[in-house]
Design a binder for this molecule. Structure first.
Ligand SMILES: [Zn+2]
Length: 245
């Protein structure tokens, strides 16, 4: 069987039969793909620990005769055990992985998105105070073509006041005059607007000392998550999990 290499992050896995798993991966070289991992449920398998969700790995894959390619070799780049040990961070990482899976088609490489995902998961693992899920959601949705208007009105492009409204269907911030077009538009406080602009301009390295106020983090994540759902036309599962935590 022909084989090929891939650097991958495990988004999700499901059990198949007695000892097999199907892994949903996001790879640097080939984009999103599902692969078959044989025998990993046996506790003696050396692979079992490294093929957990969010693990960053290097793989050798064999082209399968069936629908799925088959995992031949695996090597860890970054383990993510601390992420899975902490329920709050696990919930945020699950949202990050689910958003990524929803946003990209199969087998379409997007190296910039791969780097964004790897950086966000690393931040979630290492920098407890960084608003990594928030930053990831805003940049993901922008990289796939739905960057929200943050500096000018999404409808007319004019200057927006100090406390503009946000609308999912209109595409981000809107001025007072145009907010009426969406009855569901919500007012944002000036600090929230400033936080969104700062996150849009920030790279991963800027986030450790980020100034998104703690009280704004959950409402902004909720806002961007709903915006992403609206734009990608999906309903995500992870927010319910986070809510239960
Ligand atoms: Zn306007």
């Amino acid at each position: 069987m022909p084989v090929y290499k891939a650097e991958a992050i495990v988004l999700r896995r499901r059990v198949l039969g007695e000892a097999d798993r199907v892994l949903t991966l996001f790879t640097r070289e080939h984009g999103k793909l599902a692969v078959l991992a044989r025998g990993v449920r046996k506790t003696t398998s050396k692979r079992s620990g490294v093929l957990e969700p969010f693990s960053h790995v290097r793989l050798l894959l064999a082209r399968g005769r069936g629908a799925l390619d088959v995992l031949a070799q695996v090597e860890v780049v970054q383990g993510m055990a601390p992420l899975r040990a902490d329920l709050r961070r696990f919930g945020q990482a699950a949202l990050v992985a689910e958003l990524l899976e929803a946003a990209v088609p199969e087998r379409e490489p997007h190296p910039e998105l791969f780097r964004l995902l790897a950086e966000a998961l690393q931040l979630l693992r290492d920098e407890e105070e960084a608003p990594a899920a928030l930053w990831f959601t805003l940049h993901l949705i922008s990289l796939v073509g739905f960057q929200p208007a943050l500096d000018h009105c999404a409808v007319g492009g004019e200057e927006i006041g100090a406390a503009p409204s946000w609308s999912h269907p209109l595409g981000g911030l809107v001025c007072g005059r145009h907010a009426g077009r969406d009855p569901a538009a919500v007012r944002l406080r000036p600090e929230m607007v400033r936080a969104l602009r700062a996150l849009m301009a920030a790279g991963a390295e800027d986030l450790a000392g980020s100034t998104v106020a703690p009280r704004d983090r959950a409402p902004l994540l909720e806002l961007l998550r709903r915006y992403a759902e609206h734009r990608l036309e999906v309903r995500l599962r992870s927010p319910d999990v986070i809510g239960q935590l």
